[in-house]
Write a protein that binds this ligand. Sequence first.
Ligand SMILES: CC(C)(COP(=O)(O)OP(=O)(O)OC[C@H]1O[C@@H](n2cnc3c(N)ncnc32)[C@H](O)[C@@H]1OP(=O)(O)O)[C@@H](O)C(=O)NCCC(=O)NCCS
Length: 168
Amino acid sequence: MRTREAVLPDAEQIHALVAAYSGDGTLLPRSLAEICENVRDFVVLEQDGRIIGCGALHLYGVHLAEIRSITVDPVSQSGGGGRRLVKALLAQAEKHKVSCVCLFTRIPEFFAHMGFTLANHQDLPDKIHKDCYKCPRLYRCDEVAMIRGQAPAFAILPPPKNWLKIQA
Ligand SMILES: CC(C)(COP(=O)(O)OP(=O)(O)OC[C@H]1O[C@@H](n2cnc3c(N)ncnc32)[C@H](O)[C@@H]1OP(=O)(O)O)[C@@H](O)C(=O)NCCC(=O)NCCS
């Protein structure tokens, strides 16, 4: 089992892996076009030449990156693949000198094993501006925010136009 940076021919398999867990809301849905466009964010997990897992690191800036779309094929879970993916994505963050890696999850225990600690959603305005304001679960989010590193002191994404309305 090994991880490597994804390349475009992996996009369809990444799409299938993510789709298997986006129907029930475990992962955010990602279209094939979106995966192709952002394929350089992805790391894949391979075993015997077959892709059995993937994860992405979205870069907001040196102050923040986010682990997204992380999954291992159900038949290959519990074999250390998820941990390998997180390590590979953290190595990418380190390469880019990112000071904080965040994620939103319903399985905090898994990420706590890898040095992530609980955070407030409000501590991650870039993530909120990018995804949360258009999420149907905005007011009843059941995901936990976690960070590894120093919580960012600022955001670079501008708030959406209807931000004040959302906060009211
Ligand atoms: C989460 C996921 C990627 C973990 O992959 P995996 O290959 O099964 O994980 P690993 O075998 O590397 O497990 C590493 C450690 O985390 C623990 N762990 C694995 N899944 C866990 C879970 N759902 N909850 C809590 N702990 C978990 C393991 O017990 C293991 O602990 P250990 O090292 O003390 O034995 C995989 O279960 C998955 O694809 N789940 C569905 C998609 C999903 O929930 N993604 C996360 C969205 S934020």
